[in-house]
Design a protein around this ligand. Structure first.
Ligand SMILES: Nc1ncnc2c1ncn2[C@@H]1O[C@H](COP(=O)(O)OP(=O)(O)O)[C@@H](O)[C@H]1O
Ligand SMILES: [Mg+2]
Length: 379
């Protein structure tokens, strides 16, 4: 364990009735880190935040803050502040008084408060908004006030539970960049919750992928993307073709009826494995030049590339290519060794990674602004 660990969750279990919601969570968070809990709705992200904040006591396990067990420290005495998706500004207070609220509870002097509010307003780009009624602000501006209010008391850690979920896509992207800037300029620890993999990849130092109350993988965005631990992570982060394979020996894998060179080793001889190939890592070539051959069954123009679905012996692959193909074309696929990633078989094997039921409809459903309402209910 490293020495700049700020928060350490040890064997945290939480159940509601017969349902075990967190199943022995072990996770440490470094001082100054931007760490994101990522996973589908209901996987236990908010519950994990609530344990850290002190709103939920774990059934078993320890919450350690700067080396001290804080299980029994009440929420208001922890050096932690939370921003929820429904950030609930005080409607009867103006911007200034909203931001000053926590400082007044701490009985800070008014001149200290004035200075801090000014500093916070400049941090969130709302200089001059002091006297505005919060009801007169746009959604994005209100979210900035919520961020300023949470940071004004200078917490060591800011917990953010899907804080951008209610904003439209464009504003969401802008706020992602701003939040990251704020976090870097203050150097405080952010623990961020989202179900949006793109958001997690672009903002985080560390991503914690969760499913069903269990941490599936912890790593940097590039680790998680390039070296997913199992089919769940591979499918949840980006698009993935996931096929059954057999590891013949180190650096040789067979799948889809062909033997491929790869870079992976350390598996047993002839071990059954899951093979991931990302859509952008496949080259489309003439049929006689390809290791695999298939028939194009769908073509979608995506701006920078075409997204095509290719039937290879009954399994549907997704491939991104800049060359235009037509439905019905026979094509060859060329896959370099470093485009192949091998994973151990897991409980998720066979559940993900085939695009046979793929349609544009699914694509739309994964747009954050369309699922925002749904996720709002979970806070
Ligand atoms: N107070 C509660 N009582 C009963 N079930 C709860 C409670 N809070 C959360 N749950 C359940 O725990 C699971 C995880 O919830 P949550 O941590 O909110 O997930 P996430 O934030 O990842 O969507 C969900 O199935 C949810 O319905
Ligand atoms: Mg939640």
């Amino acid at each position: 364990m490293e020495n700049n660990v700020l928060i350490d969750l040890k064997n945290i279990c939480v159940s509601f009735g017969d349902d075990q919601i967190l199943k022995s969570i072990n996770l440490y968070i470094r001082d100054g880190e931007f760490l994101t809990l990522l996973g589908p709705s209901g996987c236990g992200k908010t519950t994990t935040l609530r344990v850290i904040a002190g709103f939920q006591s774990p059934d078993t396990g320890d919450v350690v803050f700067e080396g001290k067990r804080i299980n029994d420290v009440p929420a208001h005495k922890r050096q932690v502040n939370t921003i929820f998706q429904r950030y609930a500004l005080f409607p009867h207070l103006n911007v200034y008084d909203n931001i000053a609220f926590g400082l007044r509870i701490k009985k800070e002097k008014e001149n200290v408060i004035a200075e801090r509010v000014t500093e916070m307003l400049s941090l969130v780009n709302l200089k001059g908004f002091e006297r505005r009624a919060v009801s007169s602000l746009s959604g994005g501006q209100q979210q900035r006030v919520a961020i300023a209010r949470a940071l004004a008391v200078r917490p060591k850690v800011l917990l953010l539970d899907e804080p951008l979920g209610a904003l439209d896509l464009k504003l969401r992207k802008d706020m992602q960049v701003e939040l990251k800037k704020i976090q870097q300029s203050l150097g405080i620890t952010f623990i961020y919750v989202t179900h949006d993999q793109e958001e997690a990849l672009s903002m985080s130092d560390t991503i914690v992928v969760m499913d069903n109350g269990v941490i599936q993988q912890i790593g940097s965005p590039t680790d998680i993307y390039n070296e997913p631990k199992n089919a769940f992570v591979a499918d949840f982060i980006g698009e993935s073709n996931i096929v059954d394979g057999v590891m013949l020996k180190d650096c040789v894998v067979e799948f889809s009826g062909h033997r491929f060179e790869c870079l992976d080793k350390g598996f047993a001889e002839n071990e059954d494995v899951d093979v991931v190939v990302r859509p952008e890592d496949v080259d489309v070539v003439a049929t006689d030049k390809g290791m695999l051959k298939g028939i194009v069954t769908s073509v979608t123009f995506k701006g920078v590339h075409y997204e095509i679905i290719v039937d290879i012996g009954g399994f549907k692959w997704m491939i991104q290519t800049t060359d235009k193909q037509d439905v019905g074309d026979k094509i060859g696929l060329f896959i370099e060794p470093d485009a192949i990633h091998i994973m151990k078989k897991s409980e998720y094997s066979g559940k993900y990674g085939d695009f046979s039921s793929f349609s544009e409809e699914f694509d739309e459903l994964s747009q954050p602004d369309l699922v925002a309402e749904d996720s709002e209910d979970e806070n």
